[in-house]
Design a protein around this ligand. Structure first.
Ligand code: BGC
Length: 387
């Protein structure tokens, strides 16, 4: 059978190029595989780093890597052994694939997000082509079905899984406190205040984290660089959270030593370590950003260690997400849309045709989440989004 080709966006690390290419159409070769027609692919900081050749590895034997890992597709074909998804379903594919080593229990357990060997692959990032392509084939086990009513926001599922995994672990850690009761997040002790969270960064990961924290009852503060008033601050306020910025130090002062949970979503180590000052007793700090290496910075390591010990603090890193996190991100997104329909939709800046890939990946397009859409041939800005 003659093979046909499809359009895809790929980086060529050796020649340092980013191109729209023709790539052979993938075909189902195993009974458990499904074929997707891609609908939306989100652009994130990781994609931009790959396009700046700071990150990203092509598959073995390939000169290029098709990028894209935040995706929504429609199932158009299923292998004979597939029972979990059907033709017509909308699905969000997972990103990471297990390493081959027998001794890696996380991977053998289906939790490659905790892979111990480092030999995992990630679609669109490390060793496997990604989703910025017209068609994708993969095993059904990595597909997560999304209800049709979430069609317009489902591209936000993958970045939401970061918060889903972080919060799952945070709630587990909070259970080390024998008196902790998650139904009382809103009121820590009778008449007392809610558990308090600080989100560092009002980009997509930070914002989706803030929505999740607000939904489960934390009193949420979101830190970003620009002083209020500004459009991001308005969005933060629209979900009932508080916006704080560096300039408004009085906004910040009352948080020092009194925050139960910090959700870092900027990938800037200097800011993150400075923010550790806000951690209170028995608190948890989660890193989700991946900073570039080499910017040696001074931080007061004695104060950090002293507080960590004297205040029983937990400092945690988290990457990628498991199946359960995808499921809970989908459920959470459903809740966000119900409760804050306009704000949730405002996170998507616009949908742009594949041809706009250079602007989106190499430029500074602004907004919170830019989406390349396989269903549009014109730029469709979201009039309600942040510019
Ligand atoms: C992706 C994760 C991935 C991580 C590290 C993030 O942008 O969302 O799935 O594990 O990059 O490569």
């Amino acid at each position: 059978m003659a093979s046909s080709t499809m359009k895809a966006v790929a980086v060529f690390p050796k020649t340092r190029e980013l191109k729209l290419i023709e790539h052979e159409e993938p075909r189902i070769t195993r009974p458990t595989e499904v074929k997707l027609r891609m609908l939306d692919v989100g652009v994130c900081g990781t994609d931009k780093e790959i396009c700046a050749f700071e990150y990203g590895v092509p598959p073995d034997g390939s000169e290029y890597l098709i990028i894209g890992h935040e995706a929504l597709g429609e199932v158009i074909e299923v292998g004979p052994a597939v029972t979990t998804v059907a033709v017509g379903d909308l699905v969000v594919p997972m990103v990471r694939r297990p390493c081959p080593h027998e001794e890696c229990r996380p991977c053998r357990y289906g939790r490659q997000d905790f892979c111990r060997t480092g030999d995992f692959s990630e679609r669109g990032i490390k060793g496997q082509h990604g989703f910025m392509a017209e068609l994708v084939v993969d095993d059904a086990v990595y597909m997560n079905v999304v209800p049709p009513e979430l069609r317009d926001v489902a591209v936000l599922v993958e970045p939401s899984t970061i918060a889903a995994k972080a919060l799952f672990q945070t709630l587990k850690i909070l259970q080390r406190l024998p008196w902790f009761d998650s139904s009382q997040l809103r009121e820590r002790e009778p008449g007392g205040r809610a558990y308090r969270a600080l989100v560092l960064g009002a980009g997509a990961v930070g914002f989706l984290g803030a929505l999740a924290l607000q939904t489960i009852g934390f009193e949420t503060y979101v830190y970003d660089r620009k002083p209020a008033p500004n459009p991001k601050a308005d969005l933060v306020q629209a979900i009932g959270a508080h916006y704080v910025s560096e300039q408004t130090t009085q906004d910040f002062a009352h948080l020092l030593g009194d925050v139960d949970f910090v959700y870092e979503a900027v990938g800037a180590a200097h800011l993150a370590f400075r923010a550790m000052q806000v951690l209170g007793p028995n608190s948890i700090f989660v890193f989700t950003g991946v900073p570039a290496l080499g910017a040696g910075q001074e931080v007061d390591i004695d104060a950090i260690m002293r507080n960590a010990v004297l205040k029983n603090q937990v400092i945690l890193g988290t990457v990628n997400a498991g199946k359960a996190d995808f499921q809970s991100a989908i459920a959470a997104l459903g809740k966000f849309v119900q409760r804050w329909p306009e704000t949730t939709r405002a996170l998507i800046t616009g949908r742009y045709p594949l041809d706009a890939y250079r602007d989106m990946l190499l430029g500074r397009p602004g907004g919170i989440k830019n989406v390349l859409s396989f269903e549009t041939s014109i730029r469709t800005d979201n009039p309600k989004s942040l510019k």
